[in-house]
Ligand binder design. Sequence first.
Ligand SMILES: NC(=O)c1ccc[n+]([C@@H]2O[C@H](COP(=O)([O-])OP(=O)(O)OC[C@H]3O[C@@H](n4cnc5c(N)ncnc54)[C@H](O)[C@@H]3O)[C@@H](O)[C@H]2O)c1
Length: 379
Amino acid sequence: MEKVNLDNKTILVTGGAGFIGSNLIKRLIADTKGTTIVNIDNMNSYYDVSLKEYRLKELERVVPAGIKYFFVKGDIADKALIDKLFAEYQFDVVVNLAAQAGVRYSIENPDAYIMSNMMGFYNILEACRRSLDYARDDKGDSVISTNVEKSQPYRGVQHLVYASSSSVYGGNKKVPFSTDDRVDNPVSLYAATKKSNELFAHCYSKLYDIPTTGLRFFTVYGPAGRPDMAYFGFTNKLLKGETIKIFNYGNCRRDFTYVDDIVEGIVRVMQGAPERKKGEDGLPIPPYAIYNIGGGQPENLLDFVNILQEELVRAGVLPSDFDFEAHKELVPMQPGDVPTTYADATALERDFGFTPKITLREGLRKFAEWYKEYNNSLG
Ligand SMILES: NC(=O)c1ccc[n+]([C@@H]2O[C@H](COP(=O)([O-])OP(=O)(O)OC[C@H]3O[C@@H](n4cnc5c(N)ncnc54)[C@H](O)[C@@H]3O)[C@@H](O)[C@H]2O)c1
């Protein structure tokens, strides 16, 4: 593994107004020195844009002196914009989190997945490839380095880290899910785009010797999370007195991962790029890796709902006499859904000394407390 020190580096985070991206940037702002961070997000309205704006405001509040932080409202599917940003900033590390997320929405709006997840990711890969040309261009003719001063000669992108998903495991029966398992039976277009990202990354690692690491996240949750996900959507509905639908009659198991654990995993992985080596044929052995980041402790959906209920009452989001039973409906499985997700995260522990730690109760408590405050602030 090649160590990548994040201090004094220029880092691109895509999707940084999103749930995971904004938490990652907050952490990078707190823990790095002399860093330049660029956040690109198209602020799409897949879910309430005011939540994305809230996350951006929270970020701007915490930028100290010594960190340069730039937000660019733009689309990663816009090739000219991505090329311009890469030329202008000369990124050392790139974390691609921008994507059209969600399994069910890929049935209604497949175009969004092809544009963001396929075209967008391809643009990022191509720009990483060209960054190696800038690094080789010792005259610097093609480089407009207006925003960053490099203390050392530019070496191109040293590590591309990108979000994949547990959904690539589809309906695999063998648990826990290991990165050694075959994952060529996606059950949603979303999963197919994420698996394709892994294939594209492998190809760019092999052809151009670009170190890439794909991270398969397992159901990430926490404060200021995604309203389209069950814990947040259920809370919104219960508060309005509506009924929540529990799919597959509650016979689903999910490996939930609290957002701080995901961020810890990403930051550790960013600092350890797969090593660049040549094979016997003189060509690169692809500096390519894939890890699961998940707690490895799947919870039954009904247990999850019970804990959520208790924490919503504890935080004062719902009254203690709320009749939960009257607001629950057990319904069949939805197309695209999978019955179980269960991470084998031993490779992350082996290579980066980290396994997610935060329990579902602790995490849902933090979510419920945040929700109470956020909801009050909306008046
Ligand atoms: N949250 C989870 O449970 C989970 C699980 C597995 C994988 N992931 C992956 O992790 C990444 C981050 O997920 P999240 O939960 O923070 O989602 P999110 O929707 O909150 O964040 C994604 C952000 O990307 C932006 N975006 C989307 N398409 C874009 C485009 N074409 N150009 C620029 N910006 C664009 C969105 O506006 C959004 O702010 C995604 O790639 C997602 O697929 C998330």
